[in-house]
Structure formats: C-alpha cells, structure tokens
Design a protein around this ligand. Structure first.
Ligand code: OOB
Length: 539
C-alpha cells in the first residue's frame, strides 16, 4: 500500500506504514511549505527576512510578494502540478518565486546558474516543464540565448520569465504580478520541489522532495545548528543547492525568524566586506572555498567577528584544513555530509574537536536507518568500510521519472544506495573514505583517491589536489595526482617520500604527477574529477 495519490506521475512515495510512523514521531507535520511562510509572517511580520544588496524585505513583505506572484503565475496559465525550471542566482526573487510556486502547487525544478543547455534541455524535457525562469545575465553569461535553445528543443516550455530585461525571448518576471487570488489546496505529502542530483557522471537526475520531508529537513537542521532569530545566514553557495537552501540554509533561517543575506560572488574580497556589513553569523561552504577563505584571512580586510558557525560540506574536508579553519576564521566549524537525495549528517556543537576535524558528522534524525555494506550487499563488521545505504523520513524512495534507474539506485526494501564509502564510529559519526566508483584499481590493488588526496593536502606545497585513475596497459589503471602547487612545486619523488613517511603502503603511491594552475569545479564548486581527467586526455 502506498500513501496518498500524488499529482505527479513518476514520484515514488513512502509506503503507508513508514508515512504513519514519520507522522507519529512528529517529523511530518502536514503543513505545506507555502503555508509555513504564512505562519512565519504572522510571527515575525516586521523582522527582516531577506537582504539583497540595498534591499531589505520583511517577512510580511515576502509573504505578500509570494501571493502576488502566485496570482500572476496563475494568470499566465501555470497550474497545480505543472513543473517550472528555475535557474536564478542568489537573489531575493528566488525566494519569492519559490514560495509563489509552492503556494500554487506548481513544482520548481531547481537548477544552478552554472548549468548550460546540455543539462537544462535535459531537465526541461524530463520534467515537461511549462516555464523556464532565468536572469537576464549573470556572471557575464546571457541566459536569454540559453533560453532560446531550450525553447527550440523543448516544446512544453511555453513561458520564459526573465529577471531583468526579457529582450524578445520572454516576459519580465517583475510583471508576473496580480491581485492575490484563491489558491488551490496543496497536499503536504506531495512533491514540493525537484532538486538536481550532484553527480558528476552522466546527465543529472531530478530528486523529488515533498513538503513534509523538506520542511522537516530544514527545521531539524536549524535545531542542530541552534539557529535563533538573531542569526544572519549568508547565502554563499548557489541558493538552489540543497545545502544553502535547506540544511538549514534559507528555509531553516526563515523558520526561526532570522535573516538570509544574499551573496552573489563568494570570493573572499567580495564575501568578507559583506560579512562585516551584514553581521552574518552562519554560512555554508564547499571545502575548496572554505580553504580559500581560511587562507585569505591573511591578506583580505573585513571584520569577520560576527561569524559564529562555518558549515563545510559537499565534498570531504581533510583533517588538516579542518583543524586550521576555526583559528583562521575565528568561529566554530561544523562538518556536513549531505546529499540532495536526503540523508544529512552533522557534527554537533558539543562534539570533541577531534570528532569535528576527523569525521563528517552523524545522522540528523533518530529514524535515519543506515547500513554499511560490502559489494555483495551484506553488512560489514561495525567500523569497517563499505557503501552507505540509507532509508528515513527525508530520504527519497526513488528519483523522479526514472523507473529503470531506480531498480539499481534503491534496494527492494527501500534503501537509497549513496555510492559513498564510509565507516561508522561507535558514536555514530561517519568518516567518508571515498566513492564506490572512485577506487582506483591498480593491478588488482585498490587505491582510494580520497585517502590519497587527504594525505597530499597535508603537504605544505600543495594547495589543491585531485587523484584520478589513468588507463594503463600493464596495471589496468595507474594513480595520477593532479596538483595545484603552493609556492615551489614538489616533484613526484618528494611526494612519494612524503607519503611513505606518513606510513602509506607502497602500492598507493602516485605513479604520475601533473601540475596545473587550477582545477575545474562542478556547478556548486566541488572539484570536478571527470573534467580533470578529460582535460588531461586533451592535453
Ligand atoms: C551535497 O549534496 P549533493 O547532492 O550535491 O552531493 C551529494 C554527494 C554525497 O553523496 C557525497 O558523495 C558528497 O556529495 N558529499 C561529501 C560530503 N558532503 C557531500 N563527501 C564527503 N564529505 C562530505 N562532507 O553535497 C550536500 C547536500 C546537503 C548538505 C551538504 C552537502
């Protein structure tokens, strides 16, 4: 038996017995996200919800703006259950649009500014989106050209809504505005948003998150981070990503009456002055950016003393930088191991320094069911490394419209296969040791790219590193370290000696060294290993 009917085909709901359990435990509160904003607005009316440049938007203003935009969307024909591809940068309008769509029961597919026609075309097609929302330009890129390609390729897309000058391709988002009208009843068990999977292999998938599960995701995360109405959350990563959106991010800070401040360019010279001006207390970064901020405190001005908590996640933060960051930025560090598919792990404020610098946290919810399994799907001995499988109140039971893929992505009993290799400590904390597919097979010996990267990052002359496999006739694969040096570039034999001194087995030592000036990034700023490898083959 399944839960209630969804307006979306291709959404896999939780079995009814689980839905009941999650309600009884209070995780699912059966209030749609659009209604939650009404509660927040009633409670925090004149407090500042959003800051974007010179604009300050109160809770009451945000609430009213969302109603007007919902009415405007309805006027142009957007209906309950319709999908809308949203591709906006870090601006206040993102939040207004998000709540307008949620109140209409229309479903935003939240793409990132860095996505291009390959991804957007695919996501618009897959979701049969009726509308596509873009900025006029952002980061030197004109999205109207991209929209032209998408409209030509995907016939379901009837509207292009443009933040700024629409040119001849669409309608200005600012004109999507009407007197608030009746809104449909929205089922809180239904899909609220479609997130985009972060994988760097293949085309992205759409991840359906319901009102109930996503509200829990944000609320419980805000509790773990001890957010209060005095907190100011700096949106530094692209807001459409799960981490800055709901872990606890924008939704979490709004739920407690605090303020979200939008940052469009997270480089230190831009971010540090905004932290000083806005009094930001909390932010979330990916490791390469966090390390850059840490180093930049040496040369960049800006008083960062308001910052109390730095969340770092999205990729493994090595222990060395993890130990340094709190001193560099003079705030607490929290490691976050999360996924758009659901499960979130956080280190807690009262964890020991050692747990905070060497683990990626423990599960958010007491009803997150974790298994760590070997390649045959059997549980490993506790403490051993294996693939992480998870089931719980905010973890998907299937990707959207992906029946075939779901056969392998989800176990028959409903566990999501993360593809992440972890080991779990007796405290419940997880240490991420790599990806199932990122184990390099060097003549039959398994080398974890992630393990090697961590050791290499401890080298004083290495700023960034990606370890990748290189095809080899003799060994099958060889180990290549691609390095951005800091100061004088180390030689391969120095690295081998360094790693050997750290106690690494001989077979794990890199066979090849490539020096580069920078490493390519994914849409959210993680190091993009597929692209690293592609560049090497091209070179
Ligand atoms: C977050 O979400 P996604 O969907 O972009 O990426 C998820 C994947 C995980 O499966 C894992 O492979 C990796 O990114 N990852 C980490 C990590 N956090 C994410 N690997 C090692 N250490 C970590 N701390 O990236 C995401 C979503 C919500 C909150 C935070 C991150």
């Amino acid at each position: 038996m399944i839960e209630s009917q969804s307006t979306l085909d291709g959404f896999v709901p939780w079995p009814a017995e689980y839905a009941q359990r999650y309600r009884e435990a209070g995780y699912w509160q059966d209030v749609p996200l659009g209604e939650l904003l009404r509660d927040w607005s009633a409670r925090y009316a004149d407090r500042t919800a959003l800051v974007d440049g010179e604009r300050r938007i109160s809770y009451a203003q945000l609430d009213a703006a969302a109603d007007r935009m919902a009415a405007g969307l309805r006027e142009i024909g957007v209906r309950q259950g319709d999908r809308v591809v949203v591709q906006l940068p870090n601006v206040a309008e993102f939040v207004v649009l998000l709540f307008a769509l949620l109140r209409l029961g229309a479903v935003p597919a939240l793409t990132l500014p860095a996505h291009r026609s390959h991804e957007i075309g695919h996501l618009a097609e897959l979701s049969e989106a009726v509308a596509y929302v873009i900025p006029e330009t952002f980061g030197g890129f004109d999205y109207r050209g991209l929209a032209r390609e998408v409209v030509a390729r995907v016939p379901s897309v009837k509207h292009v809504l443009v933040l700024g000058d629409p040119g001849d391709i669409g309608t200005a988002l600012s004109t999507v505005d009407a007197e608030p009208a009746d809104l449909p009843a929205v089922n809180p068990a239904d899909v609220a948003v479609l997130l985009v999977s972060g994988g760097t292999t293949g085309l992205p998938k759409l991840i359906p998150r319901t009102h109930n599960d996503y509200a829990y995701n944000a609320r419980a995360s805000a509790e773990v981070c001890q957010l209060t109405q005095d907190d100011v959350y700096l949106v530094a990563l692209p807001v459409a990503h799960n981490f800055p959106l709901a872990c606890p991010g924008v939704l979490g800070i709004l739920g407690v009456g605090g303020t979200a401040v939008f940052l469009s360019d997270p480089s230190p010279d831009n971010a540090f002055p905004l932290i000083e001006r806005s009094g930001a207390t909390v932010t979330a970064l990916v490791p390469p950016l966090a390390m850059l901020w840490g180093q930049a405190t040496e040369w960049e001005d800006g008083d960062l003393s308001s910052l109390r908590l730095l969340q770092v996640g999205g990729a493994k933060l090595a222990p060395e930088p993890a130990r340094e960051l709190p001193g560099q930025l003079n705030c607490a560090l929290q490691q976050v191991f999360g996924m758009a598919e659901g499960l979130l792990n956080y280190t807690r404020a009262d964890d020991s320094e050692d747990l905070i610098s060497t683990t990626q946290g423990r599960p958010l919810c007491a009803d997150d069911e974790l298994r760590v399994v070997d390649p045959n799907g059997n549980d490993v001995t506790p403490g051993e490394t294996g693939e992480l499988l998870v089931r719980g109140p905010y973890t998907i039971r299937g990707y959207y419209r992906a029946a075939k893929h779901n056969e392998t992505a989800i176990t028959p009993d409903g566990y999501y296969r993360s593809g992440d290799l972890v080991r779990q400590l007796p405290t419940g904390h997880l240490i991420v040791t790599g990806r199932v597919k990122e184990v390099i097979n060097r003549g039959g010996e398994n080398v974890s790219a992630e393990e090697l990267e961590e050791h290499l990052l401890a080298h004083a002359n290495i700023r960034q590193v990606a370890v990748i496999p290189v095809p080899d006739d003799m060994l099958g694969e060889r180990v290549c370290a691609v390095i951005v040096p800091e100061g004088e570039a180390p030689a391969l034999r120095d690295l081998k000696a360094f790693l050997t001194a750290r106690g690494l087995a001989q077979y794990k030592l890199p066979d090849l060294l490539e020096l580069v000036e920078d490493l390519p990034r994914t849409a959210v700023g993680k190091i993009d290993k597929r692209e690293v490898a592609a560049r090497l083959t091209k070179a």
